[in-house]
Design a protein around this ligand. Structure first.
Ligand SMILES: [Zn+2]
Length: 189
């Protein structure tokens, strides 16, 4: 594991404070998973509430292995394919990005890729909190799309009002998924 790269990705500027906080908790492994809650006697069993009764819910299960996150994985795999047409990537890379964030690299669309993986994690954790606290089941893919789109809009407004609209355009206008008129639209397939 290349920790300096992981850290850099965690603290990438222009993430939302909520996703920054979430990434920090994941990298430090301080999410209260059912496995951890069970270990300290707070709940009766360590199993995942979203899939099989036998799966132990730890961070890896939650983000990578749970059946209930596979639709989100597929959505993101389809979505990012266009950015890797020349280089390609392996499934191990993909899992690493999901768990620890997409690295900060000197490449086109880098910040957008960082956002995608950061908001994927945030959607997974948020969905779980909504379910455990309020017994509300939300669609993970819709939640992810909503969070990412909301942030792309927030950033656009923020940078525009601070005289940095041109930088936003520089960062994201080469990206065929982003359409800007009065608002920012992220064109998911
Ligand atoms: Zn599960």
């Amino acid at each position: 594991m290349n920790w300096p790269v992981v850290w850099k990705s965690v603290f990438t500027i222009n993430k939302s404070s909520e996703s920054l906080d979430n990434d920090y908790r994941i990298v430090h492994n301080i999410i209260w998973t059912n496995e951890k809650l069970h270990n300290i006697g707070k709940i009766n069993n360590p199993h995942c509430k979203f899939c099989d009764k036998d799966s132990i819910e730890n961070l890896e299960h939650m983000i990578l292995d749970c059946k209930s996150v596979k639709n989100l994985h597929e959505l993101i795999l389809d979505f990012i394919e266009v950015f890797f047409q020349s280089s390609g990537f392996g499934i191990d890379d993909f899992h690493q990005w999901l768990l620890f964030g997409y690295p900060v690299l000197n490449e086109a669309n880098n910040l957008f890729l960082i956002f995608i993986f950061s908001f994927a994690r945030l959607a997974i954790i948020k969905r779980r909190v909504l379910f455990l606290n309020e017994a509300t089941r939300v669609d993970l893919c819709i939640l992810f799309k909503t969070l990412l789109t909301k942030h792309m809009n927030y950033l656009y407004q923020y940078m525009s009002t601070h005289g940095n609209r041109h930088i936003y355009l520089l960062l994201f206008s080469m990206n065929s998924y982003i359409e800007i008129n009065d608002r920012v639209h992220v064109k998911f397939n």
